[in-house]
Write a protein that binds this ligand. Structure first.
Ligand SMILES: Nc1nc2c(ncn2[C@@H]2O[C@H](COP(=O)(O)OP(=O)(O)OP(=O)(O)O)[C@@H](O)[C@H]2O)c(=O)[nH]1
Length: 302
């Protein structure tokens, strides 16, 4: 009897906001949550989660270079920069999951597809949220339309929320990964990595929601990270350099910071699988980026 093949690889999870990337990642990672972020990661990839199966391991990564700019680039400028950006961002990635919402295909979906295609990476189309489609007969024509003239290594209608269709998806994605041993241990979950991840999730929301307005010298420090039964109490400081920047992050009536915190908390709860009580403060520390001690405190130096 031949030994079963074990495959492992890095898989980019790409898609516009709210399509269900986090839900999908979490569903794939499953109960055996083994999120590791204290290992050095290439700056190009941000680790989302590690999904381990009998037949292999998928290291799910986000590739920040692939997100469409919030600004209004012209189509041609966008196309010019796209392939270059995609190639860089996707270095070391074995396959990509392009997540879309069943029944929808808009400009942002097309942008992501073109970027992935330009990088010559196998793209698996994940048609998510099929459970929300009332008219089940609409799925086939939709699939025919989106696959026409586009190349996908596989197409999988799924419901990340209801965990439907994931087994077949995993099988096809693993098939695109090289035969090699697991890249990470299955039980590397530690408070430290969760603490680190909490900071990353807040940082991600700052980037997403502030875009170009995000002051360059912004950093996140997790001051407090306590597990209180099934509740995590997390206190985070967002450091900026000037009062004006503080006002930008906080927004009118504190609305912006509230939105940023709410979304970050939602992601933390999903990834950690428990309730999170998140408190955030914006503090000003002048010239912190020049200050060696401050950089050390924020984890920028050993
Ligand atoms: N009905 C249904 N809802 C889903 C499914 N997948 C995700 N959702 C919901 O869609 C919303 C967005 O899901 P997320 O996983 O946060 O989406 P995301 O792509 O990670 O969003 P960003 O972080 O903003 O990019 C949440 O309310 C999810 O519960 C699904 O398969 N079915």
């Amino acid at each position: 009897m031949s030994t079963p093949v074990y495959r492992a690889g890095h898989v980019a999870v790409i898609g516009r906001p709210n399509v269900g990337k986090s839900t999908l990642t979490n569903a794939l990672v499953g109960a055996k949550v083994s999120i590791v972020s204290n290992r050095p990661q290439t700056t190009r990839h941000r680790l989302l989660g590690i999904a381990s199966f009998d037949a292999g391991q998928l290291v799910l990564v986000d590739t920040p270079g692939l997100h469409r700019d919030q600004g209004k680039a012209t189509a041609s400028a966008m196309h010019r920069s796209m392939n270059r950006a995609a190639r860089g961002a996707l270095e070391g990635v074995d396959a990509a999951l392009l997540v879309v919402v069943a029944g929808q295909w808009d400009e942002a979906d097309e942008f992501a597809y073109q970027a992935l295609h330009g990088a010559r990476l196998p793209v698996v189309l994940v048609v998510n949220q099929v459970d929300r489609q009332k008219d089940k007969t609409a799925l086939l024509p939709y699939l025919a339309k989106v696959t026409e003239g586009r190349e996908f290594a596989a197409v999988h209608p799924v419901s990340a929320l209801k965990r439907k269709g994931l087994e077949a998806l995993v099988k096809d994605v693993l098939a695109l990964c090289p035969e090699q041993p697991a890249l990470y241990g299955e039980d590397e979950i530690t408070d430290r990595s969760q603490r680190f991840l909490a900071g990353e999730m807040l940082r991600e929301q700052l980037m997403r929601q502030l875009g170009k307005e995000l002051p360059y010298a912004t950093t996140v420090e997790i001051e407090r990270f306590e597990a209180d039964g099934a509740l995590y109490r997390i206190g985070a400081v967002i450091w900026v350099e000037r009062d004006g920047q503080k006002a930008i992050v906080i927004g009118k009536g504190g609305e912006r910071l509230r939105d940023i915190g709410a979304k970050a908390r939602q992601h933390m709860e999903r990834l950690f699988g428990c309730k999170v009580f998140l408190e955030t403060w914006v503090r000003v520390r002048q010239g912190w980026s020049d200050d060696e001690a401050a950089l050390r405190a924020f984890g920028y130096r050993d």
